[in-house]
Design a protein. Sequence first.
Length: 143
Amino acid sequence: MTDARNAFLVIGAAMSAAAALLHVGCIIFGAGWYRFFGAGERMAQMASAGSWYPAVITACIATVLCIWSVYALSGAGIITKLPLLRVALCAVTGIYLLRAIAALPLVLLALGRSTPFWWWSSAICLVIGLTHLIGLRQVWDRL
């Protein structure tokens, strides 16, 4: 690669940031968003009731996704090199890919009672994970 910036990690960062923003949207817009994005009826009901629990859990997930986005930007060469960059990018990539494939046994055990959320979220995690994996492989030597 002649350009020091890695397009795959930039795209991965953008996808993680978009996922973080969708989580923030759930906090802001409440139960309807929790239901639409498949968080489950219990989370939606707690959000409707004004419980702090869904917002805190969702904020934690959004924060993690933001951190992952920043690390991908660092690996892409957009921002300064962060500490433990190689380890962090391996972990992020692994978590996305594990999340993508971990749902498969759950779906199969549900014997046809799986929700579209599991299929869509697994597919999305697979795309993000593979995008990170390609980018990580391309920049491995300079990390």
